[in-house]
Design a protein around this ligand. Structure first.
Ligand code: SF4
Length: 712
């Protein structure tokens, strides 16, 4: 044990309440500024409306902040919750934690869904949710010990900087000889020095004898954590079984869990092989369909993509069981052992890399013009160690690389770094600079939205070009799929509550490949059902991958194969069996609608959440440059002459780029109209009074907010 001195500044003993039908009905509330620790009851009405997980987080956060709260104000709160099914070891994907806070990137509410053991251990320690507000004066550890029924706030010195060493040492320190009993949530130095800090959620991999990690990546929640000077939140709990949630119908839980778990075991080897290669199978698929972001989302494929796809990583991944929660038969959380970094503090040492997943490969690989799996592994490793979101890092680096290649920035601005696409050493150097807040990395760490302002105002770069190629919306960097050729997915990103993350909707194949939704109304219907159903996983403490990444063999013959209705029914049965509340596929959607609309209203409360905030950079909608247009010339020419009835004879490419842009931007506005109508929102994108009343979220402060925006 290498930790320095420690001082307990607050300590709280409590009577633990066991979970009953998936709930403890209590949450743990902490204010670090005082410091104070208290246990509070979740009111029954709140339980009915918000369900759990992300719903509980949003309710807790809403009550912690006001309209003027900034991300670094003490009252900003980090909220972490599991959900009623969270912590069930038998059902695949039932160990998720959902985290929310006001984001340093967007200024509004951000949510992130993450694996690891923390959420279940928190619940079994007696709490459905945790809210931490306030700030500490020095480095602090929060220790929630469900076994001893005690919560401590501890000032601690001598803590390691990076998340790997920190989580490992804290596991040793608190485990009392049983490392499986510990889950650590930690950030890292990159979280403190950028706006895109992630949180690492740990679990102990007993087969490998090491601490493993999953990341709550999006929106800079790690930065909020670091700003509060929390170095880690540690939960301690012991045995978990299918009885731990004390479900309403234990046999029914076991039955539905067995069905889903066995189907995955039988079909995953014939479908995506996620238990062997994780999400790396997506690389060749995206490349084949022109959807793999390449060189800052300019292009969707590259001849060298095979070098960073499944063929590469099936050789690199360490074989073994890789579930990020007990009993998840998808077991997709792979890693690489004995990797030897060639830069940074770990240069020349053997390390274990948790990952990479598809998004990291695309963001830190193809989108930077880098087709070397070892560079991707090194970026993955250091981003985790520094507490940086690999998606925001990848998209921010892709942006500066394109700016460099187009002469919008030069070596005068980058501190001498040649940031041409494919320059892997300088890309890594930027990651190290971001983590330490030094050099040009200090600017990149501010994110794409702020870089656009700095490059235009300070460096004199062309503001309109920066806006077209800077891949952010609502202030959040795009996740790693191309949307240019799918209007529905443009809505999936542009209308997403927290910004362009595909966890709300992934409609590219349905729309672009299968043309299942040719009308605006059909697209709007999809942009209603899919975001609602995907939201539901976050309410319940679940992972969405088991829903539709491995599907029943006869799924393609069902009326709506994209919805995988057999699994939706299983989820309704699972919810019913745990909570005792009868549910159907339709009621799952209504549960989500309440929380989804409440989050939209939360954005409104924070000064966002209207039509203007659902805008996209043009690169997400179509070709910005002549080169991009000509890379898909036949397709675009056909659209202009066919769909849009435009005479292009004798016209040059620049003219065609401009006309196509006019058409596509108009289509996106029409899509917004259709989606707002379907969701029961005004033409400015605000839920109507009738909608909030129908959903039962017409709280007095919601009605005041709507009245202030003239909504009746
Ligand atoms: S499917 Fe993968 S990410 Fe989801 S819970 Fe299982 S191992 Fe974790």
């Amino acid at each position: 044990m290498h930790l320095g001195s420690s001082r307990t500044v607050a300590s709280f003993s409590y009577e633990r309440r066991d979970a009953h039908k998936g709930y403890t009905d209590r949450f743990l509330d902490m204010d670090l500024s005082r410091p104070s620790i208290s246990v509070k009851t979740v009111p029954l009405q709140i339980k009915k409306i918000f369900v759990g997980g992300r719903g509980y987080d949003l309710w807790l956060l809403w009550n912690a902040v006001d309209a003027g709260t900034q991300w670094d104000d003490p009252q900003n709160a980090i909220c972490i919750a599991s959900g009623p099914m969270g912590g069930t070891p038998a059902y695949p994907g039932s160990g998720k934690s959902i985290v929310t806070a006001i984001s340093p990137l967007t200024g509004s509410v951000i949510d992130s869904n993450v694996g690891g053991y923390f959420g279940p251990y928190l619940k079994f320690s007696g709490f459905d949710a945790l809210r931490i507000s306030g700030k500490c004066a020095s480095d602090t550890i929060v220790f929630i010990d469900g076994i001893s029924r005690k919560v401590d706030i501890i000032e601690m010195s001598g803590l390691p900087d990076d998340a790997y060493a920190l989580s490992s040492e804290l596991t040793d320190h608190f485990c009392q000889g049983k490392p499986m009993d510990i889950s650590v949530v930690s950030a890292g130095p990159g979280a403190a020095n950028t706006r895109m800090g992630c949180l690492n959620f740990s679990w102990y991999d007993s087969a490998r004898g090491r601490v493993r990690y999953k990341q709550a990546g999006r929106g800079g929640i790690g930065t909020v954590f670091a700003d509060k000077r929390i170095r880690a939140v540690v939960a301690r709990w012991e045995k978990v079984s299918v009885k731990s949630n004390n479900p309403a119908d234990l046999d029914a839980v076991k039955n539905v869990a067995r069905c889903h778990a066995q189907e995955i075991v039988a079909l995953d080897p014939k479908q995506n092989e996620m238990a062997r290669i994780g999400t790396t199978h997506l690389v060749p698929i995206m490349n084949d369909f022109d959807l793999l972001p390449t060189k800052n989302f300019q292009f969707g494929s590259h001849p060298a993509a095979f070098l960073i796809g499944r063929e590469a990583f099936e050789k690199l991944f360490d074989p073994g069981f890789d579930g990020c929660w007990k009993g998840c038969t998808v077991a997709c959380a792979h890693g690489v052992k004995d990797f030897v970094p060639f830069t940074g503090a770990y240069r020349g040492q053997r390390v274990f890399v948790d990952g990479p997943e598809y998004e990291t490969i695309a963001g830190c690989g193809s989108n930077l013009g880098i087709f070397d799996p070892y560079t991707i592994l090194e970026m993955n490793f250091y981003c985790d160690a520094y507490g940086l979101d690999t998606i925001s890092v990848g998209t921010a680096l892709a942006f500066v690389m394109e700016c460099f290649e187009r002469g919008l920035i030069t070596t005068d601005h980058t501190g001498g770094l040649d940031l041409s696409f494919g320059n892997r050493l300088n890309a890594l150097e930027l990651v190290h600079q971001m983590a330490s807040g030094s050099g040009f990395g200090a600017i990149v760490g501010q994110g794409v939205r702020r870089m656009k302002g700095i490059f235009a105002k300070t460096f004199g770069a062309d503001a309109s070009l920066l806006n077209d190629i800077g891949m952010e919306s609502k202030g959040l960097e795009f996740s790693e799929y191309m949307t240019k050729e799918s209007l529905a997915q443009q809505g999936g990103y542009g209308l997403a509550l927290k910004g362009p993350q595909h966890d709300e909707a992934w409609l590219i194949f349905l729309d672009m490949v299968h043309n299942f939704m040719p009308t605006f109304e059909q697209k709007a219907e999809a942009l209603h059902w899919f975001p609602m159903f995907r939201t539901w996983f976050g309410l319940c403490g679940l992972c969405k991958l088991p829903w539709n990444d491995i599907v029943p063999e006869d799924n393609k013959d069902t009326p709506e194969p994209a919805k995988v209705m057999k699994h939706v029914q299983w989820y309704a049965d699972y919810y019913t069996a745990v909570t005792g509340n009868p549910a159907s596929p339709e009621t799952l959607i209504t549960m989500s609608e309440r929380v989804y609309n409440f989050q939209r209203l939360f954005n409104l409360k924070m000064g966002f959440g209207t039509r203007e905030h659902d805008s996209l950079p043009y690169r997400a909608m179509g070709p910005v440059t002549v080169e991009e247009y000509e890379s898909r010339q036949q397709r675009y020419d056909d659209q202009l002459t066919g769909t849009h009835q435009v005479d292009i004879i004798g016209k040059d490419t620049a003219w065609k780029v401009a006309v196509l842009r006019e058409k596509r931007e108009a289509q996106y506005e029409l899509l917004k109209d259709a989606v707002y109508k379907r969701r029961g929102w005004t033409s400015d994108g605000i839920p109507t009074v009738a909608t909030v009343k129908r959903l039962g979220i017409d709280f007095p402060d919601v009605m005041t907010l709507l009245a202030a925006h003239g909504v009746k």
